[in-house]
Design a protein around this ligand. Structure first.
Ligand code: SF4
Length: 123
């Protein structure tokens, strides 16, 4: 027997998930140059680089493990250099960019703190 109500609910869930994923991707990549967005290795799993939202607790060891995996993704990214220059220029407040945390980027850029809102804050 075919359950149309179940099919409808399932397709609504898929549609909502796709919409949520697109919104997340947009929030992470907002303001990035187009070629970075299109070729970024992190586009498949933006959460890995951005971390959980502000309402979700992330223990320090889980954060360190996530950031390490994000660094490994960055190491294979075809737009790594562009991403690094972009991050040094915009100094994001959170996340892993070009294999560096926002704190490391701020140190490398020689400044203190972020000059732009986080992707999630901007969303
Ligand atoms: S270097 Fe890392 S953060 Fe930058 S675009 Fe590539 S995967 Fe994303």
């Amino acid at each position: 027997m075919h359950d149309h109500a179940y099919d409808k609910a399932q397709s609504r869930l898929v549609r909502d998930a796709v919409r949520a994923y697109r919104a997340l991707l947009t929030s992470v990549t907002e303001g990035m140059p187009r070629h970075l967005v299109e070729e970024a290795a992190c586009r498949f799993d933006p959460d890995l680089h951005a971390g959980p939202d502000v309402f979700t607790d992330e223990p320090a060891d889980a954060k360190a493990a996530r950031e390490q995996v994000a660094r490994e993704v960055c190491a294979e990214c075809p737009v790594w250099a562009s991403c690094l220059f972009y991050a040094l220029d915009t100094r994001p407040a959170t996340g892993v960019w070009a294999g560096l945390t926002s704190e490391e980027i701020a140190t490398l850029a020689g400044g203190h703190g972020a000059s732009t809102p986080t992707p999630r804050e901007a969303a």
